[in-house]
Ligand binder design. Structure first.
Ligand code: COA
Length: 346
């Protein structure tokens, strides 16, 4: 059977996560995503990598400190205008490929890039939780408990999601026995593409453009008439509402996110309109709709959203990298040749 794009093809065994797209269920590290989102990043890392969460808290704090010390030596990597390009260039310079070192560095580099964009010096990390420290290093101020809870839920919620493109890229590179830094650089490259994790910024643009709930239906009809897609709606795997949308909606609501009601109205309107156009293809809210609302509410700028995704997802990449190493099988599919062949004997 042809499976171009590898849709539906199983390429590995994993203990990281399982998705049931028809029922809208997501299990990560053995827990439903709603329960996982109540844990700390350290506890989630312990579930995915093995080990003790307290030990990992220390190792992650060490990783953030080591990465901060490297900032002056990164050359122009963090000057890139695009956050994912900056992250790629900075992470490529790491020489410690332990999971906590890489995870700590991604948070530090993502935050330092954003501050440099605004002409501000980096904020030194501290020994507090990974989620709280990331937010503080981004904003330069002490986050509230509610903000920490929200960013922690977000980072845990996006930590892993089956064999998505960036995870697969990390697995392919690891399968050649390359080091974890190379695999994470490849994953960052895959995540930088607009089809993978690029929607929350445009979601915020959409909510700004719509402005108020009663304007949603007309705006959506106009976009569809112009041949454009509604950001934050639809998913390759889910046929019901993405379970992460509910978790992030709840987290944003707890924080009093000012765009929660607007996002809900847009979702309701879009689902009804898209349902009439595609009666056989349910199109519901995906993770990006409430990601945008939540990250905006904790004080991140929309240009930081893709790097925030990498700060969360790197924990999952590193879990898959460890699994791939343990398995040891080179990933080597085939391609169908469509080019010319010299005639026999010519
Ligand atoms: N808005 C409008 N129409 C949409 C849509 C959306 N968000 N998502 C899918 N559709 C339409 C497609 O145009 C297609 O219509 P057609 O059959 O008339 O061409 C139909 O629904 C089926 O879509 P399909 O291309 O099979 O979906 P997919 O599985 O390839 O796409 C996404 C999945 C996520 C890429 C797609 O839903 C999308 O582009 N969403 C908006 C961007 C977004 O939020 N991305 C973040 C994903 S987490």
């Amino acid at each position: 059977m042809e499976a171009f794009g590898l849709e539906g093809v199983v390429v590995a065994d994993t203990r990281m996560s399982a998705i049931d797209g028809d029922r809208g269920e997501l299990i990560i590290g053995g827990l439903p995503v709603a329960e996982l989102a109540e844990l700390s990043v350290e506890e989630v890392a312990a579930r995915l990598w093995g080990g003790d969460a307290d030990d990992l808290a220390g190792a992650l704090a060490d990783g953030r400190r080591a990465a901060h010390a490297r900032l002056p030596g990164l050359g122009g990597a963090l000057d890139a205008g695009d956050g994912m390009a900056a992250l790629r260039g900075a992470v490529a310079q790491l020489d410690d490929d332990r999971p906590a070192a890489i995870t700590g560095a991604v948070a530090v580099f993502a935050a330092a890039w954003w501050r440099r964009q605004r002409g501000l010096p980096p904020v030194a990390p501290s020994a507090r939780s990974h989620a709280a420290d990331y937010l503080r290093m981004c904003t330069g101020r002490e986050p509230t408990d509610a903000e920490v809870a929200a960013i922690r839920s977000y980072l845990c919620c996006v930590v892993d999601h089956g064999m998505n493109a960036s995870t697969f890229a990390a697995r392919v590179v690891t399968s050649t026995r390359a080091d974890a830094v190379s695999a994470v650089v490849a994953a960052i490259g895959a995540l930088s593409g607009p089809l993978h994790g690029g929607a929350p910024g445009p979601v915020l643009d959409m909510l700004d453009a719509i402005g108020s709930p009663d304007a949603a239906a007309d705006w959506i009809e106009g976009e569809l008439a112009a041949g454009r897609r509604i950001m934050g709606m639809g998913h390759r795997v889910y046929r019901v509402r993405d379970p992460r949308a509910a978790v992030l909606e709840r987290a944003a609501r707890r924080l009093g996110g000012r765009r929660v009601e607007l996002a809900l109205a847009v979702e309701e309107s879009a689902a009804a309109i898209l349902g009439r156009r595609h009666p056989d293809r349910p199109l519901r809210a995906n993770v990006e709709l409430f990601t945008a609302v939540l990250l905006d509410a904790v004080g991140l700028d929309r240009r930081q959203f893709s790097t925030a995704f990498a700060v969360g997802r790197v924990v999952g990449w590193l879990g898959h990298i460890a699994e791939q190493r343990a398995w040891g099988r080179l990933i080597r599919p085939r391609a169908r040749y469509l080019g010319p062949r010299a005639a026999a004997g010519a």
